[in-house]
Write a protein that binds this ligand. Structure first.
Ligand code: SDX
Length: 426
């Protein structure tokens, strides 16, 4: 694209600058349009770049995803979640010493203050873990507010470390509350995913006994979920953060946004859908429902705003799913047969091919988590755990340079001005 594009408004030619990307699409800078008395209109932001960022790159047509330039496939194969957290936050892979220091810093911050744990007293076993987690993270803003200077890079790094450290502990506490079981404290001798699994499924006062295969599979799931550029929940964190709000409150807003079944809540919805289909004999009926414009049913785990090709995370997730099912001895998991039949139809049906609806990351993560014994209501909690470094890296990136409060305008289509009428006249 040239360095400027032209727009003709009421016969006047307006030159708009083009900002160049290091990879992917350049953008037309429309900020000057307001001075021409014109807005752009883009509900859902399909054609809108809301910011510039150096964290994650997605090419939806080619099915490419990189964190700070590193392909997701390589990170999933060779890295570990805390190393990816460091990469997202600091922009470079750590040395062995930097990683050891970072891991110690996370371990030191994992414990939750006993007094704060009473925040869970307000919930019951029936409370959805996402509601508990959203409230608990917002509650951290009470603990970390006085003296927090969001413009101080060291304070931003401390907030990031606290959130990455505390989210597994709070997530495990929400699970333990949902089964009316006592909380288990984090063990500084365990790895990140191993610690989470032990805090969920361990026994108080007993040594951890976590399957290394399951811990590695979960760590890989966290890597796959760690960031995804300007998705709905990350955009929510940026918008909340643009008001200079407390970072823990801004992250709680992101958790709330992630919960929706169109976004991070899809992994839970995929399992509910597969259970509802139940058997491969019913797959065709559900595919027809998904194609029916008059039926609100959508195939959960299919489609994506950006990927118009296979979600590269779904490919990694699919192979990890088979490894876990084999490890757990449930290779004949009936839901996998339903999922495989769904995927096959989606690859062959015109409706899905025309709309480029491919399985996304949520399609296989639900089956994997089920095979790991994770209860369905916890799936989006795990997505939250994985996405934490991405959210806080975007929040910090936004605050590290001059920024403006996010405040979109609108196309007004309400009543034109009219005078108040006394009730006796109505
Ligand atoms: C995540 O943004 C991110 O990066 C998100 C995420 C991340 O890591 O942060 O990747 C995580 O949220 C993945 C997506 C999880 N959601 C689901 O699996 C829910 C099911 N998918 C759909 O709700 C939908 O595909 C979305 C929400 C994911 C995307 O919606 P879009 O981009 O607004 O697309 P659309 O709704 O305009 O659909 C285009 C067409 C429509 O048909 P037509 O009106 O053109 O005839 O495709 C149809 C839709 O009806 N369609 C589907 C469908 N998804 C889209 N039809 C049936 N089943 C589906 N799943």
């Amino acid at each position: 694209m040239k360095h400027t594009v032209q727009m003709i408004i009421d016969g006047q030619t307006i030159d708009l600058p083009v900002l160049e990307a290091t990879q992917g699409l350049d953008v037309v800078d429309v900020r000057s349009l307001i001075s021409q008395g014109v807005y752009t209109f883009d509900p859902g932001f399909l054609s809108t770049a809301a910011c510039d960022s150096a964290i994650t790159y997605i090419d939806g047509d080619a099915g490419i995803l990189t964190y700070r330039g590193y392909p997701i496939e390589q990170l999933a194969e060779h890295s570990e979640h805390l190393e990816v957290c460091y990469l997202l936050l600091h922009g470079e892979l750590p040395t062995a010493e930097e990683l050891a220091t970072f891991k110690r810093g996370i371990n030191d911050r994992m414990p939750i203050d006993e007094h704060f744990a009473h925040i869970f007293d307000g919930f019951t076993a029936k409370s959805h873990p996402m509601s508990m987690l959203c409230a608990a993270v917002a509650g951290l803003a009470a603990q970390f507010h006085e003296g927090l200077d969001i413009y101080n890079p060291e304070h931003r790094t401390e907030s990031a470390m606290q959130l990455i450290a505390k989210i597994p502990t709070l997530a495990a506490m929400s699970y333990r509350k949902s089964i009316d079981a006592p909380f288990i404290a984090p063990d500084p001798n365990l790895g990140y995913a191993e610690n989470f699994l032990n805090m969920c499924f361990g026994s108080q006062g007993q040594p951890a006994n976590v399957s290394p295969t399951l811990a590695k599979a979960l760590d890989k799931i966290f890597i796959l979920h760690a960031d995804h550029e300007q998705n709905a929940s990350t955009s929510t964190v940026r918008l909340a953060g643009s008001t200079e709000a407390n970072p823990y409150a801004a992250i709680a807003a992101g958790i709330a946004a992630l919960w929706g079944p169109s976004h991070g809540g899809a992994n839970e919805a995929v399992l509910e859908m597969l259970n509802e289909i139940g058997d491969i004999r019913h797959v065709a009926d559900f595919v027809n429902k998904a194609k029916d414009k008059n039926d609100p049913f959508k195939l959960m785990g299919f489609g994506h705003r950006v990927y118009k090709n296979f979600d590269p995370r779904a490919t990694v997730m699919q192979s990890s799913c088979h490894e876990v099912l084999k490890e757990q001895g449930v290779e004949d998991e009936p839901l996998l047969a339903v999922a495989t039949a769904l995927e096959k139809i989606a690859r062959e049906e015109t409706y899905f091919i025309e709309r480029k609806l491919y399985p996304n990351i949520d399609f296989y993560s639900g089956i994997t988590l089920k095979a790991m014994g994770i209860p369905t209501p916890m799936y989006t909690v795990l997505f939250t755990l994985g996405r934490m470094p991405g959210w806080i890296a975007h929040w910090s990136e936004m605050l590290s340079v001059p920024f403006k409060i996010g405040r979109p305008r609108q196309l007004y289509r309400g009543p034109t001005q009219r005078d108040y009428q006394d009730i006796s006249q109505r």
